[in-house]
Design a protein around this ligand. Structure first.
Ligand code: ADP
Ligand code: MG
Length: 263
């Protein structure tokens, strides 16, 4: 059963230490340099609970670095990031506790090849969350079902298509009970005929009210699923707004140039 997105999000994602109405993800004046290379040059972005934001932009524009700064896979050079009202860039914050609240799905699925689909889901629940066997197994089954792979519970990654492996990776992230999900080009490594099933799972997740940041080149997904599209170039947000505006009627030359090349 699909819940109305905002209502469900309010139920599911009430922040523990934030006032009502504060964004689920808040990025303030975020800068990130690698040596002399200024990759992020002042990013301000808010994502509300239940909102789906697609991030688009040319290769090298800083999209992956932005996502990686949100879950602290990269340490920002300056600026602040809040998730659910907690400043994750606070030096005193428990990084592991923060990461548990944020699911991330990469272009490469990174499943353990020697473990079945179920075991790929139960291992992190047991190791990271300390869940017991029965609860981890039950949660694994529920989340494999959620991505349409109940029948593949005992399959090893090599026995699955790329699209199925990516759906297992999504289920693995969901099994940890994240408040937000970050996707970094989740379909870019897939053969074209396998992309649709993965996007369908993401679309359902969006309809269920998950807060999502999605870096993608899939413009039909961005148009249909995103509440907001953010166009990045050169480490800044050039333009953002509803998909009909940013993708359908871009205001900036750089956005038009990018869209002309990929569409
Ligand atoms: P995008 O995802 O938009 O293609 P990235 O965020 O991956 O862009 O990369 C932006 C820039 O940051 C590139 O110039 C890349 O070489 C550089 N970069 C990314 N990660 C690192 C790193 N760990 N060390 C050094 N440079 C990096
Ligand atoms: Mg990238």
């Amino acid at each position: 059963i699909l819940m109305p997105r905002k209502a469900e999000a309010m139920r599911a994602g009430t922040p523990k230490d934030a006032g009502a109405g504060s964004p689920e993800i808040e990025i303030r004046d975020l800068h990130k340099s690698f040596g002399d290379n200024q990759v992020l040059r002042g990013i301000d972005l808010e994502v509300d609970a239940g909102e789906v934001v697609c991030v688009i932009g040319p290769s090298g524009s800083g999209k992956s670095t932005l996502l990686r700064c949100v879950n602290l896979l990269e340490e920002p050079t300056s600026g602040k990031v809040f998730v659910g009202g907690t400043e994750v860039t606070d030096l005193d914050v428990d990084i592991d506790a923060v990461r548990r609240r944020i699911g991330m799905v990469f272009q490469q699925f990174n499943l353990f090849p020697h473990l079945t689909a179920t075991e790929n889901l139960t291992l992190p629940q047991r190791r990271v969350l300390g869940r017991g066997k029965a609860e981890a197994a039950e949660t694994a089954a529920r989340n494999l079902e959620r991505v349409g792979l109940a029948a593949k519970a005992d399959a090893y990654p090599a026995q699955l298509s790329g699209g199925q492996q990516q759906r297992v990776a999504i289920a693995r992230a969901l099994a940890m009970g994240p408040e937000v999900m970050l996707f970094d080009e989740p379909t870019s490594a897939l053969d074209p005929e396998l992309v649709g099933d993965v996007l369908a799972v993401m679309r359902r997740l969006a309809q269920e009210g998950m807060t999502m940041m999605v870096v993608t080149h899939e413009m039909s997904f961005a148009r249909e699923v995103a509440d907001r599209v953010v166009f990045m170039d050169g480490g800044v947000i050039v333009e953002q707004g509803p998909p009909a505006q940013v993708v359908g009627d871009p205001q900036h030359e750089r956005t038009r140039h990018f869209l002309n090349r990929i569409l």
